[in-house]
Design a protein. Structure first.
Length: 865
């Protein structure tokens, strides 16, 4: 099941909105006893299955352990004694493991026989496969048991990891290391007996090491085997060959013991790594068993039932409960009142209305969480559940801005809605709160109680029936032919949402009190809790059950006759050009634009960004659609990469309007991502080298349509002969954009905020277009037909731009106003003066105001002096 980031956050699958684990769905259902089991449960929760057969196998395992109480308890106790073998094996395989990792493998594998014995009856196939995957590792377990001490230290440097009796040589060295004082004492007693000197002592210092010390008056009684080392006033010190050998053995015992233990540890680790595949399978099987027993224990504790998951489009929940809200309120005096939900052929949309704190969002979330639990292989909190496989889960719940990305609250809502509209398929499940912030005020009356708001739960029956909820006054039939189901609620005790019972109605509201049977609120206004029959006779009604007047929500559909509703005729200025920003061409050839600046690119229409960007929103007869870089991907298309112009023209002619040429891609690629452009074929022109040339012939500048704007900007010939062009290109966005953007792409796109169309008009350039009928030349004043419109045919390709040489004495100027460097232009003006004379003020004043005054004076006219 595909679940996007916003839905994971809104449903609080693994973490709450505050970022903590407590209160999330994972914390509410986790009954595992091992680290590997907890990780597997988290993985299953974040990626539910969509194969009903695989889901049924998981449910069989949980159901078996629900019924087999003894097997469940025995399995749980034995799994509790299993360390995290999966992590230990990972560290050992990477060469970073220690003695305790070997002990973890030993202890976990040692529990496998007891785990098998916990099952009295034959388990279902999934559990049987897990038990088989545990394998047989008794040989390795026996070796690790003999080799390792019961509780080894964390590191090898301290030694003490190999048990006594595993290696005789190591035992001797360890004995010498740990009991050197006892050996020295025995040698001292023997020397006293042999010499008869009772005052003889064997001592040690850092200079002499071990030595024999006797009083000076008894020195002559020692035999020749005692070698003199030092004479003091109070003692004479000797040594012996035997004492020197003992000292050497004692000094090297610690290093030798550590080396022997390191060798044994490396050998044991290598043995474990050789069996890594089998051990990894066993670790995975232990995790599967842990998840199964944990979900079984959860089902027993919370009275969960087994859902039916099939390939139909049904979504039927009887007595459903919110798993987290129910768990947090367990043991309290307010039980969670179950609710029903049915989405199917009779109706794929539920429109839920009610006052604040009535439990609308809880109801929506609970059904989404039930679908997640069912498809991850868990029993669900309901009396009965039948769920057709859900392949995508969407939520638009809550509202918050995203300041880090510069998106307002409404923008975030539209981005989430765009993901739903563009990705929801036949098996998608959508839960959505009313977009646009707070609910609208009541119309035509004053509401004494809380306002009502709307929220929606729906399954999409194909891409053509995606629901959009608005605040219009009518409720048309849904796409399946049946009206959407309105639901009313009244909270009988005016307490938390867990006291609300949602029921379907036909113009009347229903309620169920926590300790009472469902009752209907009659149109007379009788209150079943306070007014009683007397209230019905008098017409009075208590505040607790007084129905609120609400504006009904509606599903907007196409208006009769195909005419667009009046409220949608005004386009939303969030990416598409408004008719008021149409560019104008003056009689003198100066082109200006009041639109925002656009990055140049391929010859296709593209959106522009507003000060508050709203990516890809457009208005239509069925409401608004939106897109975002995070939530939208291009529609499928075929990709062609011709090697010459003739092949490219042939491809455009063959596919007609379904083909789009790709130049720099600075405009077309965003349009593809927003799905504002959906070509069937994309013709890439970047491999046609003939279109990227920059030449000067007969004094005229000839630019290939694929010439990069950065190449034109840095060309010395262009800077000398056509400085206006160099100056204008320098105002285009940023160097990264100019490195990819092409001259022909910007001209064919004809964005009113682009610099190059205005410059080409001022320079009287000519465009060469190649089509199936041959090549034709179009003057710049005829090439630009309107806002983002050119004279190019659907099967024609712009191949070259010819710019004539500027005569002597020609003056030029380019001015552009933008919010900041690199932004879209608010207005841009390209000026070319071909006067026969020019008066310039060259007085040495360098201030900005003086330069502006001098420029104005130079173009002011007058007499040619």
């Amino acid at each position: 099941m595909a679940i996007d980031a916003a839905t994971r956050r809104n449903l609080e699958l693994t973490a709450t909105l505050e970022g903590g684990a407590a209160g999330s769905l994972l914390a509410g259902i986790d009954r595992t006893v091992s680290g590997a089991g907890a990780r597997l449960l988290r993985a299953r929760l974040t990626a539910p299955l969509t194969d009903p057969d695989a889901i049924a196998e998981r449910l069989d395992s949980v159901g078996f352990l629900v019924e087999a109480e003894g097997a469940r308890h025995g399995l749980r106790e034995r799994l509790r004694r299993c360390p995290d073998m999966e992590r230990a094996l990972s560290r050992l395989s990477l060469g970073r493991g220690g003695p305790r990792d070997l002990a973890a493998v030993r202890d976990a594998l040692g529990q496998i026989p007891a785990i098998r014995d916990a099952f009295d009856a034959a388990p279902p196939p999934a559990l049987a496969a897990s038990l088989k995957a545990l394998g047989h590792h008794q040989t390795l377990v026996d070796r690790l048991t003999r080799a390792l001490v019961e509780s080894p230290p964390p590191g090898i440097r301290d030694g003490g990891i190999i048990a006594r009796g595993y290696d005789t040589a190591l035992d001797e060295v360890v004995e010498l290391r740990d009991h050197s004082r006892r050996l020295v004492g025995g040698l001292e007693a023997r020397y006293r007996s042999e010499t008869g000197v009772g005052a003889l002592k064997v001592r040690h210092n850092n200079v002499l090491g071990y030595y024999v010390e006797v009083p000076p008056q008894r020195a002559k009684a020692l035999p020749e085997a005692f070698i003199h080392r030092q004479t003091l006033a109070s003692a004479v010190r000797y040594t012996t060959v035997e004492l020197g050998e003992l000292e050497a053995r004692i000094n090297g015992a610690a290093e030798k013991a550590l080396a022997l233990e390191q060798a044994h540890f490396d050998d044991l680790r290598a043995d474990v790594v050789r069996r890594a595949d089998d051990i990894a399978r066993a670790a995975g099987a232990l995790a599967v068993l842990d998840v199964a027993q944990g979900l079984a224990l959860l089902a027993v504790e919370r009275r969960y039932v087994r859902p039916v998951v099939d390939r139909t489009l049904a979504f039927e929940i009887r007595g459903g409960r919110h798993p987290v809200v129910e768990a947090m309120g367990a043991g309290g005096d307010t039980p969670f009142v179950p609710n029903d939900c049915e989405l199917g052929d009779a109706g794929r949309i539920w429109l839920v209305t009610g006052p604040n704190m009535a439990g609308k969002s809880t109801f929506l979330r609970q059904n989404a969480l039930i679908a997640v639990l069912a498809q991850m292989g868990s029993f669900v909190p309901a009396d009965e559940a039948r769920i057709g496989v859900v392949d995508r889960l969407f939520s638009r719940v809550g509202a918050a801005d995203d300041l880090a990305r510069g998106r307002s609250t409404f923008m975030v809502e539209m981005v989430e809605t765009a993901a739903i509209l563009n990705q929801a398929g036949e098996r998608a499940l959508v839960i959505s709160m009313r977009s646009g912030g707070a609910p609208p005020p009541m119309t035509g009356s004053r509401s004494p109680g809380p306002q009502s708001s709307t929220c929606t739960i729906a399954t999409a029956a194909g891409r053509s029936s995606r629901p959009i909820i608005t605040s219009s006054r009518r409720l048309p039939k849904s796409s399946t032919g049946s009206p959407a189901t309105p639901c009313g609620s009244r909270n009988g005790r005016a307490r938390s949402c867990s006291c609300t019972r949602w029921r379907t109605g036909r113009g009347r509201s229903f309620l169920r009190h926590p300790r009472g049977a469902p009752r209907r609120l009659a149109r007379s206004g009788a209150c079943p809790r306070r007014g009683g029959a007397g209230a019905a006779r008098t017409g009075r009604q208590s505040q607790c059950c007084r129905p609120a007047r609400q504006r009904p929500a509606a599903l907007p559909g196409p208006p009769a006759g195909g005419a667009q509703p009046r409220r949608n005729r005004r386009p939303i200025r969030c990416g598409l050009a408004s008719p008021r920003s149409t560019p104008t061409t003056s009689p003198r050839g100066m082109r200006w634009s009041s639109s925002t600046r656009s990055a140049p690119g391929s010859g296709t229409m593209r959106p522009r960004t507003d000060p508050q960007p709203c990516a890809g929103i457009r208005s239509g007869p069925f409401g608004s659609t939106a897109g975002s870089r995070e939530a939208m991907k291009p529609a499928p298309f075929a990709y062609e990469c011709p090697s010459d112009v003739a092949e490219a023209v042939a491809l455009l002619a063959a596919h007609g309007g379904d083909a789009r040429p790709l130049a720099g891609g600075q405009s077309l690629v965003p349009l593809l991502n927003f799905r504002l452009a959906r070509p069937a074929v994309l013709v890439d022109l970047n491999r046609i080298e003939a279109l990227a040339r920059i030449t000067v012939e007969d004094g005229a500048l000839r630019l290939g349509a694929m010439a990069r704007q950065a190449s034109v900007e840095t060309d010395a010939r262009v800077a000398r002969g056509w400085p206006l062009l160099t100056e204008a290109i320098g105002h285009i966005a940023h160097p990264q954009i100019r490195n990819r953007g092409t001259v022909g792409g910007s001209l064919a796109h004809n964005d009113p905020a682009a610099e190059l169309p205005a410059v080409m008009l001022a320079l009287d350039a000519e465009m060469s277009a190649q089509g199936p009928q041959g090549q034709r030349t179009i003057a710049a004043r005829d090439f630009f037909a309107g806002t983002m419109e050119t004279a190019l045919g659907a099967d024609e390709l712009l191949t070259e731009i010819a710019v004539p040489a500027l005569p002597e004495g020609t003056g030029w100027g380019f001015q552009e106003a933008a919010r900041r460097q690199g932004d879209f232009a608010l207005v841009a003006v390209a000026i070319l003066s071909k006067a026969n004379w020019l008066r310039a003020d060259r007085r040495p004043r360098r201030g900005h105001r003086d330069r502006r005054r001098a420029r104005a004076h130079a173009f002011s006219g007058g007499c040619p002096d």
